[in-house]
Design a protein around this ligand. Structure first.
Ligand SMILES: C[S@@+](CC[C@H](N)C(=O)[O-])C[C@H]1O[C@@H](n2cnc3c(N)ncnc32)[C@H](O)[C@@H]1O
Length: 189
């Protein structure tokens, strides 16, 4: 019995979030107060976050797991091989945490337990399209917002836009591997 859509995909912690997707997520969550991008990579989220947003990046000598100043919001695409450590630590320093990941990552008993034990709850799941540059596991990509003290129901939003596949690109004449916004403007991913 197959429990996983694709067991052969290769995970990669260095994948950068496409600019258009980072912008859409920052606009949607509109973080305010003290904000931290805990693993900025090439800085694609940071570009759309307010000036003064703090950041960490292990490759630049700033280890998020050593960060201990309180913040109001953390928003990022974390290294998927370290989600448990990242989420657990994020909930000790921030009241709101938004992680872009395949949503199954937060749907394990262990992760739900971590969230509950930290006094947090899942406030919203925002579905987005899987960029072609991301590892293709077959699982749904989403931005999961966990909030301190949240015990209400989980909001569910679909912010995804169509991605052109090789087949649909052939039909439409549009280049493959591009995302289309809802107004059909081409976005390079
Ligand atoms: C999936 S990439 C995402 C980069 C960026 N957040 C984005 O969304 O485009 C994850 C990043 O986490 C960084 N990273 C891994 N472990 C880290 C740690 N302990 N502290 C800070 N950054 C870390 C990696 O070097 C990589 O740049």
């Amino acid at each position: 019995m197959r429990l996983q859509p694709n067991r052969d995909y290769v995970s990669n912690d260095e994948v950068q979030t496409p600019l258009d997707l980072a912008e859409r997520l920052v606009r949607h969550f509109s973080p305010s107060g003290r904000i931290l991008e805990p693993c900025r990579g090439a800085g694609h989220f940071l570009r759309f976050l307010p000036e003064g947003t703090a950041w960490c990046e292990i490759n630049d000598g700033r280890d998020f797991l050593q960060w201990n100043q309180p913040v109001d919001w953390i928003i990022t695409n974390p290294p998927w091989s370290k989600i448990r450590a990242f989420l657990s630590h994020a909930m000790t320093v921030s009241t709101n945490v938004v992680f872009l990941l395949t949503v199954n990552h937060v749907w394990t008993k262990a992760r739900i337990r971590d969230i509950q034990h930290a006094g947090f709850g899942i406030k919203e799941i925002v579905l987005v399209e899987m960029p072609p540059s991301f590892p293709q596991s077959g699982f749904q990509l989403g931005a999961v917002h966990v909030a301190k003290g949240w015990s209400g129901s989980i909001g569910f939003t679909d912010l995804s836009v169509p991605v052109t596949t090789k087949r649909s690109a052939k039909k439409s004449g549009r280049p493959a591997g591009k995302c289309l916004t809802t107004d059909e403007r081409l976005i390079v991913v």
